[in-house]
Design a protein around this ligand. Sequence first.
Ligand SMILES: Cc1ncc(COP(=O)(O)O)c(C=O)c1O
Length: 385
Amino acid sequence: MAIGKRVREHMQDSSWIRRMFELGLALKQERGPENVFDLSLGNPVMEPPPEFYKELRRLANDSTPGMHRYMPNPGYMETRQAVADQLAKETGIPYQGANIMMSVGAGGGINVAIHALADQGDEIIILAPYFAEYIFYAYNHYAVPVVVSCDSAFTPNLAELESKLTPKTKAVLLNSPNNPAGVVYDESFLQNLASLLERKSAELGTEIFIISDEPYRKLIFDGVEYPFPQKLYQRTITVTSHSKDLALPGERIGYVAIHPDFCNRVLGFVNAPALMQHVVRALQDVTVDISDYQRKRDFLYDNLTAMGYKMVKPQGAFYMFPESPIADELKLIEMLQEYGVLVVPGRGFGMPGYFRISYCVEQRDLDGALDGFRVVAKELGLTPA
Ligand SMILES: Cc1ncc(COP(=O)(O)O)c(C=O)c1O
């Protein structure tokens, strides 16, 4: 077979999210789309805000020469400066355009960060529950993913993390608000993590970075403040995108921001898409209307907990990560499938015994799914706490 061994192995372990998505397509064909309630994918049904279309129309009529040519690899300086200005406003850290690199989504940005830091065999710490692609992102650059577990509130176990830091550790990959759990890591956790990494970097004579993956940073509910890791730890590489906050996942636009006291430049692509760089320049302080997500979170949380499902209430993103009422969550997932409900097993995020619900879907899918959850709760004899 022409495909390389590494890629072949990864195709075999291919993400549970994709598998559920494919199962959903098959079920829709078999039972009719109206009988399938797919809560498996984080692909928002929400449309981009009106400001996006206005900017897109303005740019379509702009005939300035060179608008769609190559540009310096890290992106247009005007866009990088607009991103830096917004980030400086939000963090109080004096970011400049030179500290920003426009990327092909957050996924592209994380790959750039790992590529820049890791040599073959170096280690990247990944905190469970985690976005399954992280494992492949580490392998893409011949680095080794090292998983650290968490407590029942999904706070990562720092003692375990400390025991797993070695001279080969290059970075801790952090994701808050978290996919799949929806938790926002609080400031005291980040402070403890920062102190640990300072101490261990000094002890090991290395520089351990935080790669902070933040595509859900603007999707936070109940007025919870987002604690910025770079305010507590200078060796922070911030990676984000407009896939979720402007509902543009297909447009592949994001950025990497390096704390002004550090800088680097290694890409795995030529540049981020030109048109989107022009568009997002003017949209740095625009976010989709998150009240719809908050309403859906409340609707699902209230209904599911009333049926007896147990979970930590998510503070952000558009996922929830309930405990499976039976130890083997694959069995639960099969039971839900009987009623057309598709969710993703926790083992796909490094945490068997849980399952992920994605609620960036139409209300009809949530309504239909609740019927299935209700029947399964009765079959399992669940009672509300
Ligand atoms: C935690 C996390 N990181 C990164 C990504 C990839 O984002 P992007 O589409 O901007 O590459 C996702 C997408 O769902 C995600 O959930």
